[in-house]
Write a protein that binds this ligand. Structure first.
Ligand code: AMP
Length: 190
């Protein structure tokens, strides 16, 4: 199984690239942000809970997110592998993911990280906010809060996967096609 963690700060291009990579490698793409947004739209219990955090650009609590992620994986028993997009975002999520995959006799093949400077990220997010309808992309203070969550809770995951020799950084500046090609170079070796 190929299990990829597609990593990077908000606006790095994870969703765009995951949509292309899932086709090329025949993997199931799980975006925790998309699953939360689906639940918000459908006003489920999970959606109502997640909304209060997402509206502020804060992370949804770990246990809720981990349980949701496990359910998504379990719903795809025939998968050849997964692209995890937006998960894990904390060390506790990363540990839970490792334990969960070990129970399934599989593991993370690698974390592939899109590296993009912050000024470009803000510009991309505000641009996306004009068309995505995402309120967390339209307000610079919410964007700043998401970066703050990323810096304080998520960025350390680079170390977590580096210790396992599974971290691969890719320059996330350039055209979509150029970046896809760089990601594929890495993923082909995993
Ligand atoms: P994204 O679509 O990945 O930018 O995520 C949008 C929002 O969903 C985040 O700002 C969080 O509020 C929430 N979210 C998505 N994934 C996670 C996660 N792994 N842990 C906690 N919150 C998450």
């Amino acid at each position: 199984m190929k299990n990829i963690v597609l990593f990077g700060p908000p606006g790095a291009g994870k969703g765009t690239q995951a949509d292309l990579l899932k086709i090329k490698y025949d993997l199931i793409h799980i975006s925790t942000g998309d699953v939360f947004r689906f639940n918000i739209k459908n006003e489920t219990e999970l959606g109502i809970l997640a909304k209060s955090y997402m509206d502020n650009g804060a992370l949804v609590p770990d246990q809720v997110t981990i349980d949701m992620l496990k359910a998504e994986v379990n719903n795809n028993p025939e998968a050849k592998g997964f692209i995890f997009d937006g998960f894990p975002r904390t060390e506790s999520q990363a540990v839970s993911l490792d334990e969960f995959l070990t129970q399934k006799n599989t593991s993370i093949s690698g974390m592939v990280a899109l590296e993009v400077p912050e000024n470009l990220l803000v510009e991309r997010l505000l641009n996306r906010g004009k068309t995505s309808g995402r309120s967390d992309d339209q307000d610079e203070s919410k964007i700043r809060n998401r970066f703050n969550e990323y810096e304080t809770k998520t960025a350390i995951l680079k170390d977590y996967y580096q210790k396992q020799h599974k971290y691969f950084g890719v320059d996330g500046v350039g055209s979509i096609e150029e970046i896809t090609a760089k990601l594929e170079e890495v993923i082909d070796t995993l």
